[in-house]
Ligand binder design. Structure first.
Ligand code: C2O
Ligand code: CU
Length: 476
């Protein structure tokens, strides 16, 4: 029997035994069928109003896709929305034709049609998937899911948890506020919402057990919200960023800072007291800090007296090391937006600054640019690449954020090694596919251009991408 035939037969047997399909997936299948369709969800909790959402398989977030490193996967996406869509498997170094950018790498999936994504994930780690068509609204209405590619030798923990965090702008009545693509917002922080959900609902507490060691996979699935998490009374150790293992380290002040689309894997030793609750707070925006959830300890005595002594080192993924001696160097200058601080940065009122930089964004034009060029929307056919690299070349990119706003910059199809920020070497030189730049930051990254094709590079604040902070890099 072929491998596929075997999988299907196995799935049939399990289905006959009656578990829901999510359990099938938990077993680690490499075959998925995912349906994009409208549904309803109770985001604020069981006794709050329902929200009309757009979903993968009827739930927010969508089904957890669990793949095995180095094994072929097949994901059929069926579109039952009333508009076209695509799926981008964010952070996975896959063949260009599977990257999900409409116009650039595939035709859109029209309403009623399907598309088959087939690739072999080279890297183990925490990834996610989301639409790359009408991205601001489709992600903002709920289309997102997590993808875990399993290591062959996982790190020793008691539990492996996933928190997919999403940010919604809800009205009192429960529905999603309209006004996607507001020009003023697009030229500022983007659409930051008013309700943050953890795996699809506002969380009062997440149950934990004293003494246990947990691997917690954090995904920032927001449209625009940057997060800075603190775990009261706990010391998270970062073990991977954007799916790529790093030297385990405790972040400064225990602060886990991550922008939209980024993933951080931490190991948490539950050193709190049985029966107590500990706050998990996001205080990125001045004056707008909120409690994301609590670590809610049960009454059981600690399962062990001292934290596990096992190594926190995850096996490294097969990334090529850039040769900094021979690397090409290129500047990518991020431009546009409102001047000054503004609304979400907490440095003044909404109109502080008040001036449009070069009038960008006024009159419906683009609000942002990279190296003076504004590519808007979700992706296009025939877009001239900003840079072209010979396959195998080492490349250093210097991201210069000349704006007054934060930008999480994402490159498709590659991971980038962090070299320096504002002239200071980055301590752990970790790999990332999304690099958060603060206002006026200059960040140097390096990678080997080893994946042929046309690849998007854009800000993952969706309003920024849609209004011009996007470009294409070509590897030939
Ligand atoms: Cu997660 Cu082009 O994006
Ligand atoms: Cu941006």
């Amino acid at each position: 029997m072929s491998r596929r035939g075997f999988l299907q037969a196995g799935a049939g047997l399990l289905l006959a035994a009656g578990p829901p399909s999510s359990l099938l997936h938990a077993a680690g299948s490499n075959e998925y069928r995912i349906v994009a369709a409208p549904a309803h969800a109770r985001l604020a909790g069981p006794d709050h109003a329902e929200t009309g959402v757009w979903t993968y398989d009827g739930t927010v977030p969508g089904p957890l896709v669990r793949l095995r490193q180095g094994e072929p996967a097949r994901l059929v996406v069926e579109n039952r929305l009333t508009q076209e869509t695509t799926v981008h498997w964010h952070g996975v170094r896959l063949p260009n034709a599977m990257d999900g950018v409409p116009g650039l790498t595939q035709p859109p999936i029209w309403s009623g049609e399907s598309f088959v994504y087939e690739f072999t994930p080279p890297d183990a780690g925490t990834f996610w998937y989301h639409p790359h068509a009408n991205s601001l609204e489709q992600l903002g209405r709920g289309l997102a899911g997590a993808m875990i590619v399993e290591e062959r030798d996982p790190v020793a923990v008691d539990r492996d948890l996933l928190w997919l965090l999403a940010d919604w702008r809800l009205r009192e009545t429960g529905e999603i506020a309209s006004g996607f693509g507001n020009r003023m917002e697009a030229a500022m922080s983007g659409r930051v919402g008013n309700t943050v959900t953890l795996n699809g609902h506002a969380s009062e507490g997440e149950p934990v057990r004293a003494g246990e060691r947990v691997r917690l996979r954090l995904i920032n699935g927001s449209l625009a919200r940057i997060m800075s998490l603190r775990f009261e009374g706990h010391k998270p150790v970062i073990v991977a960023i954007d799916g790529q293992p790093c030297e385990p380290y405790e972040p400064d002040g225990g602060r886990i800072l991550f922008g939209p689309a980024m993933r951080i894997d931490v190991v948490l030793d539950m050193q709190g007291e049985p029966g107590r609750r500990y706050e998990v707070v996001d205080n990125f925006y001045d004056g707008l800090s909120y409690r994301l959830t609590q670590l809610a300890y049960d009454q059981q005595p600690p399962i062990r007296e001292h934290p596990l002594d096992a190594s926190l080192d995850l096996p490294r993924n097969p990334l090529s090391e850039p040769d900094l001696g021979t690397a090409e160097r290129h500047d990518l200058t991020l431009q546009g937006g409102m001047m000054g601080g503004g609304m979400m940065a907490g440095t003044g009122g909404m109109m502080s600054g008040g001036l449009m930089q070069g009038m960008m964004g006024m009159g419906g034009g683009p609000a942002w640019a990279i190296n003076g060029m504004s590519m808007t929307g979700d992706g296009h056919a025939g877009m001239a690449p900003a840079l072209t690299f010979q396959r195998g070349r080492s490349v250093v990119l210097i991201l210069r954020n000349q704006t007054a706003w934060w930008h999480p910059m994402h490159l498709h199809g590659h991971s980038m090694r962090m070299l320096s920020r504002n002239g200071t070497p980055v301590p752990h030189r970790q790999w990332q596919d999304t690099v958060l730049t603060a206002p006026k930051d200059v960040v140097e990254v390096a990678f080997v251009a080893d994946n042929p094709g046309d690849w998007m590079l854009h800000c993952h604040v969706m309003d920024h991408q849609m209004t011009g902070m996007m470009t294409v890099l070509r590897v030939t």
